[in-house]
Design a protein around this ligand. Structure first.
Ligand code: NDP
Ligand code: GDR
Length: 313
């Protein structure tokens, strides 16, 4: 039986990955913050249905010793590092803590694995935000990085660490360069869940307005369960490598909101108002991924178009 350690197991991707690994007979260990164990019904709501099948370990990304102890004790065959401060907007307000949490957390994990469990395979959740402001679309593994937020910088710096541990120390360490992926387990601050949840409240008469930022913004939105399938496949390959994981299709926020409201028989124009607080700088060229490498190497491809993802909400 393989043993896996997931950081960020309470998040969207961590919960789907835990399901996937349990279904494949893994012994699943999850790293969570101490507060989450104390308040599990609320803070572990994505994985409450899996609690009996997961061994939880309290540790914090900013505490190297706590991470080292967990790795030394669990001796995982595979480690999926998904924990991060993941909301890009916060990174404009809280630069220091986001950079240190995301970067140091990755560094502490890699260093601990090198010392205590060097044969463990390691996956790092990178981001399309590592490409940031781009000169061309779609982007692939050869596209130059040009991050535009502290979040993007934290992910890019971590990605360089992953490569360094692979080439210098021989760790089986990989980065998935993930484009946006969504599901009903997405946190409410992200635009997709914000739209679908508020549209439902409006339909039920519990709210009357939805305040959004830039409706023209384009994103390459995929389906979270597809992306954790890709993450798992990356660690099953014979060679460690880095891959773009994306659908290759862009939709605007306006298309998303139109689809979500019309699904409920509503016209979004009657309810949506623009609020400058949610506005981010417009992008000349959108982030849109070319996933040819992972399709050719691992046979992975996305299964759900955006309309079907929205319909699931
Ligand atoms: P979520 O925001 O849903 O989950 C993040 C997880 O990280 C939560 O379990 C959270 O725990 C944990 N976490 C955050 N800060 C800390 C900390 N200081 N110490 C310990 N745990 C912490 O993210 P997703 O599941 O959507 O994404 C997974 C990963 O993939 C992230 O690294 C994200 O940056 C990356 N990514 C995601 C994309 C997407 O579209 N979803 C696209 C590109 C990259 P808690 O519940 O206690 O806060
Ligand atoms: P993103 O996701 O920043 O791409 O990061 P988010 O859903 O926050 O924004 C997507 C796009 O929607 C536009 N937008 C709004 N966004 C929010 N949150 N709220 C609004 O009201 C709103 N109105 C318009 C944004 O400007 C943006 O263009 C996600 C996270 O999962 C990251 O962790 C991950 O690395 C990237 O995707 C790839």
């Amino acid at each position: 039986m393989k043993r896996a350690l997931i950081t960020g197991i309470s998040g969207q991707d961590g919960s789907y990955l835990a399901e996937l690994l349990i279904a494949r007979d893994y012994e699943v260990h999850g790293l969570v913050r101490r507060d989450s164990i104390e308040d599990s019904s609320r803070r572990l709501s994505n994985i409450n249905h899996l609690k009996e099948d997961i061994t939880f370990h309290a540790a914090a990304l900013d505490n190297e010793l706590s991470l080292y102890k967990v790795i030394a004790k669990v001796q995982p065959d595979e480690c999926y590092h998904l924990a991060a401060s993941s909301f890009v907007s916060y990174s404009f307000e809280d630069e220091y803590s986001i950079l240190t949490t995301n970067f140091n957390g990755t560094h502490f994990l890699l260093a601990s694995l090198k010392e205590a469990s060097p044969d463990c395979r390691f996956f790092f959740a990178g981001s399309s935000e590592m490409f940031g402001t781009v000169e061309a679309a779609p982007q692939d593994e050869a596209t130059p990085f040009n991050p535009r937020s502290i979040y993007g910088i934290s992910k890019l710096a971590s990605h360089h660490l992953v490569r360094n541990y692979r080439t210098q120390y021989g760790l089986f360490a990989c980065t998935g360069i993930l484009y946006n992926h969504e599901s009903p387990r997405r946190d409410f601050k992200f635009v997709t869940r914000k739209i679908t949840s508020q549209a439902a409240r409006i339909k039920l008469g519990l709210a009357d307005k939805l305040y959004l930022g830039n409706l023209a913004a384009l994103r390459d939105w995929g389906y979270a369960p597809d992306y954790v399938q890709a993450i798992w496949q990356i660690l099953q390959h014979h060679t460690p490598d880095d891959y773009v994981i994306a659908t290759g299709v862009n939709h605007s926020v306006e298309e998303f909101v139109t689809c979500a409201f019309s699904y409920l028989g509503l016209n979004y124009r009657d309810y949506v108002e623009i609020d400058p607080r949610f506005y981010r700088q417009a992008e000349d060229i959108p982030l849109c991924g070319n996933a040819t490498k992972i399709r050719n190497a691992l046979g992975w491809q996305p299964t759900k178009p955006l309309e079907d993802i929205i319909a699931e909400w």
